[in-house]
Design a binder for this molecule. Structure first.
Ligand SMILES: [Zn+2]
Length: 517
């Protein structure tokens, strides 16, 4: 070691240590400024004529695990400049060492600020205690607020979207710099005028990625008429899926008649039967899979590995010993069905009452069997034969678009019936799939021919929407920029908001989200 550590090296720049003392767990360090002069804040003239001295007490960074309090012997100076209105001024230090009127040194304030940015008020304060930094919850938030949002580099490519202050109640707008992957502004609402105001202050922006709602498109067009707008790809994909759902909705009448009575409608079966029925489908599927593999000359051992079924079961299936027939559970009622039918026809439709009477005739089954029979009868009557209940349009849209392998047997039958009966819907599905592939593969050349076909199909209104927003949609297909990143920033924002325990005023939130890096 060449030189001993001087005490003055431990205190902020520009001060020397006069002495130290203990104050309970803390350390008190008396310091005085090195400089003999100070600059008058009014006229910037240096003065060395001291008027008086006074003590400033300041918190500083902890030292060896002990909180530190500095006692600065500061001075008041006379200003002797002839034209200066000030007669006396208090000593000024470097802003980045000690701000006027500050109660913490700048280096402590800096750490406090970053604690506040990273953790927020309450968690920040409790962490600060562990670090021997004497700050309260409110102080932390005040520091974050006072220091404000750091300036951002003027962006060239931005993503703009809304985010919920409070779900379904209050919305704000978030602006991200997509090149630097940073949030750069939070606006208090999602009014186009507010976004327009912000965007007009940033005339250098060349690309604006935005949703397809229209509000931000309008704002961007007005504020930055020369900028390229990019429709958000995620929203485009979602709009496309929704367009197919709409096509299904429009076709429900055709779908109903196409499905007809060919399918076993699980809705018409009671709960117990449905479980049985699903078990049956499940077994049938397993059997089919095993048999299919065997047909392709796959060895038993390999079939066991691929399907996860036991060796015994695979053998059984291959020997044809496991093909079961779906049977509604009525066996215990079988002897009494005729009597039950007569009662039903005579108007006796209370399951519990029927069971009591059956019991008197020697029936030994439980009440549930009878009440299930009764509810099945009721359902069957309500459904009234021909008008089988069809799955919802949402379900049909899903069944028609998921992989064939994921469909159960009954679902496959339903989908096949729809495909046979409603060819326009099959075309709509192809169009939507092509559109999504176009976005994924960035093949803009396909857009025009696609639009021609789509406008003649069930998805015409989706296609017309694309035509209206064509420049931005084309940009979405070709441009590397997308709002996907903005979604990620919104997730971060929500996290920060939650940490703030409802004290999330916009300026604080902004300071924390934009400042915390
Ligand atoms: Zn002066």
């Amino acid at each position: 070691m060449q030189r001993a550590l001087k005490p003055s090296a431990l205190v902020p720049r520009g001060f020397v240590v006069d002495g130290t003392s203990s104050d309970g767990p803390g350390l008190v360090i008396a310091v005085r400024p090195v400089s003999r002069t100070s600059k008058c804040p009014g006229c910037k003239t240096n003065s060395e004529r001291v008027h008086s001295r006074y003590h400033r007490r300041l918190a500083d960074l902890p030292l060896a695990g002990r909180p530190v309090r500095l006692v600065v012997v500061a001075r008041r100076f006379h200003c002797d400049a002839v034209l200066c209105g000030r007669r006396i001024f208090v000593e000024r230090f470097d802003q980045d060492v000690l701000a006027p009127w500050a109660r913490r040194t700048a280096r402590l304030d800096h750490i406090v600020h970053h604690l506040g940015l990273a953790l927020g008020g309450r968690p920040g304060a409790s962490f600060a205690r562990r670090l021997m930094l004497p700050v309260s919850n409110d102080t932390l938030l005040r520091v974050v607020r006072r220091r404000g949002s750091p300036r951002f580099v003027p962006p060239t490519v931005v993503g703009i979207d809304d985010w919920a202050w409070r779900r379904n109640q209050r919305y704000g707008t978030i602006v991200c710099d997509l090149e630097r992957r940073k949030t750069i502004a939070l606006l208090p609402d999602r009014e186009p005028a507010t976004a327009e105001g912000w965007l007009s202050d940033q005339p250098q922006i060349e690309v604006v990625a935005r949703d397809r709602g229209g509000g931000y498109a309008l704002a961007a067009t007005r504020a930055l008429p020369r900028a390229t707008q990019v429709a958000d790809r995620w929203h485009l994909m979602e709009n496309a899926s929704r367009a197919f759902l709409d096509a299904v909705r429009k076709s429900m009448r055709l779908i109903r008649s196409a499905i007809g009575a060919a399918t076993i409608n699980p809705d018409l079966l009671t709960a117990a039967e449905r479980i049985q029925y699903e078990g049956y489908l499940h077994r049938e599927e397993a059997n089919a899979a095993i048999l299919g593999l065997a047909k392709n000359a796959v060895a038993i051992k390999e079939i066991v590995r691929r399907t996860g079924h036991s060796r015994g079961l695979v053998r059984k299936v291959l020997r044809g010993q496991r093909s079961d027939v779906f049977r509604v559970r009525e066996s215990s009622l079988e002897l009494h069905l005729q009597w039950l039918d007569e009662q039903w026809a005579a108007g006796q439709r209370n399951g519990a009452e029927l069971w009591r009477r059956l019991k008197r005739q020697g029936f030994r089954g439980c009440a549930r069997v009878v009440s299930e029979w009764a509810s099945r009868r009721r359902r069957a009557e309500k459904a009234d034969g021909a008008l089988n209940r069809t799955p919802s349009s949402r379900t049909i849209a899903r069944l028609m678009t998921i992989s064939r392998d994921a469909l159960s047997k009954a679902e496959s039958v339903t989908v096949a019936a729809i495909e046979r009966g409603v060819p326009l819907l099959v075309e709509a599905r192809e169009l939507i799939a092509e559109f999504q592939a176009m976005v994924r593969k960035k093949s803009l050349a396909d857009l025009e021919p696609w639009l021609v076909r789509a406008r003649a199909n069930l998805v015409a209104s989706f296609a017309n929407g694309i035509v209206k927003d064509k420049a931005a949609v084309s940009a979405a297909i070709t441009s590397p920029w997308s709002n996907g990143q903005t979604e990620g920033q919104i997730t971060k924002l929500k996290l920060v908001k939650r940490q703030m325990y409802g004290r999330g005023k916009l300026d604080l939130l902004q300071a924390r989200v934009i400042g915390a890096r």
